[in-house]
Design a protein around this ligand. Structure first.
Ligand SMILES: CC1=C(CCC(=O)O)c2cc3nc(cc4[nH]c(cc5[nH]c(cc1n2)c(C)c5CCC(=O)O)c(CCC(=O)O)c4C)C(CCC(=O)O)=C3C
Ligand SMILES: [Fe+2]
Length: 313
């Protein structure tokens, strides 16, 4: 029998139903219930993007299945069998549930990876901390892929998507080189900068590598989806960036490449496709977005290779 290696595939998590939004939001807020107004506002955003199943749940499920298949066909892994387990940050099955299930299934060695390419103590750091704590408690040997933001296959997958959309601009009569490419990611509180956090640098590195590979002439980085709290969040926000580009540079064509995210979910389907698009429309700008990676084979191979490389198979 082949030796089994568990893979804890971690992702943010999304509600299971409209009724589940309150408890999900409460978990994100570390046990503090949202106000009625906050809950209504988030519910309305989900209502605008959900048709039946919550898109992030479908996407995460498919990514986990496809990653397991990708791992098991790698020629370096012929002597082992990979078994993938889901572990979500803010919804069931939680990170701790995934670790527990592995141990119940008799797994003794595991690797953890997050479906987000860039390391921040506030994002990947907290996934890893929770998984490690549970694994230590149960005596599971686990190591982690902490970031893969420059993996050549990840860069290629993003660059392919940027090129495809630039071609569409061209077919519609625009000049490819006059399209402004905006790389974006989820904002975090500004205080991460004084903590020496690598998040911003890694995002800029990914953006630069993708721009070079796709031959992008004009690009810049901007933040999106900042939290609505009193403390300052990293800026500029994409909505402000669009206004600046319109007023100060008369940019008409914009392509958003949200490289901080890998799936279709709220921040992409609402914050970009509905909110940013409507602001752009008001200013007569054309705004397009690159397709999300979801379970793209190159992305799956980037994850699989990062795991197999870590294990030195
Ligand atoms: C860095 C980062 C990523 C990327 C890395 C990663 O993927 O881990 C990410 C992804 C996501 N964030 C998501 C959803 C939400 N995040 C919120 C709130 C927050 N996010 C934060 C950070 C991040 N978030 C932070 C610092 C907060 C403030 C509260 C806190 O200190 O923790 C809130 C509350 C309401 C609001 O603020 O909008 C919601 C609903 C969804 C699921 C979408 C869906 O269900 O389709 C996804 C993929
Ligand atoms: Fe979030």
């Amino acid at each position: 029998m082949k030796n089994k290696i568990g893979v804890l595939v971690m992702s943010y998590g999304t509600p299971e139903s409209m009724e589940g939004i309150e408890s999900y939001y409460t978990h994100i807020r570390r046990g503090n219930k949202p106000s009625e107004e906050q809950l209504r506002e988030l519910t309305e955003r989900y209502e605008a993007i959900v048709g039946g199943v919550f898109p992030l749940r479908e996407n995460t499920d498919r990514q986990v299945r496809t990653l397991q298949d990708t791992l098991n066909v790698d020629p370096r892994a012929t002597d082992v069998e990979f078994v993938c387990y889901q572990g979500l940050k803010h919804a069931a099955p939680y990170i701790e549930d995934g670790v527990e299930k592995m141990v119940q299934d008799g797994i003794t060695k595991a690797v953890g990876i997050v479906l987000a390419p860039h390391y921040s103590t506030m994002s990947i750091g907290s996934y890893v901390k929770r998984a490690k704590a549970k694994a230590d408690e149960l005596g599971l040997d686990i190591s982690f892929v902490e970031s893969y933001h420059l993996h050549p296959k990840l860069i290629e997958a993003f660059a392919d998507r940027v090129s495809a959309k630039l071609n569409q601009f061209e077919e519609a009569g625009a000049n490819r080189d006059s399209v402004r490419v905006l790389f974006s990611a989820h904002s975090l509180p500004e205080r991460i900068l004084t903590m020496g956090d690598p998040y911003q640098d890694q995002l800029l590195e990914t953006s630069k590598a993708v721009a070079e590979k796709a031959g992008v002439k004009h690009w810049q980085f901007t933040w999106q989806s900042a939290g609505r709290t009193a403390e300052p969040w990293l800026g500029p926000d994409i909505l402000d960036t669009l206004q600046t580009l319109n007023k100060e540079e008369q940019v008409e064509d914009v392509l958003v490449a949200p490289v901080g995210f890998v799936s279709d979910h709220l921040e992409v389907l609402y914050d970009l496709d509905i909110e940013a698009k409507s602001i752009a429309k008001e200013m007569d700008m054309r705004l397009e977005r690159i397709d999300s990676l979801n379970s793209d084979p190159l992305y799956m191979e980037a994850l699989s290779d990062s795991i197999i490389t870590l294990l030195k198979l």
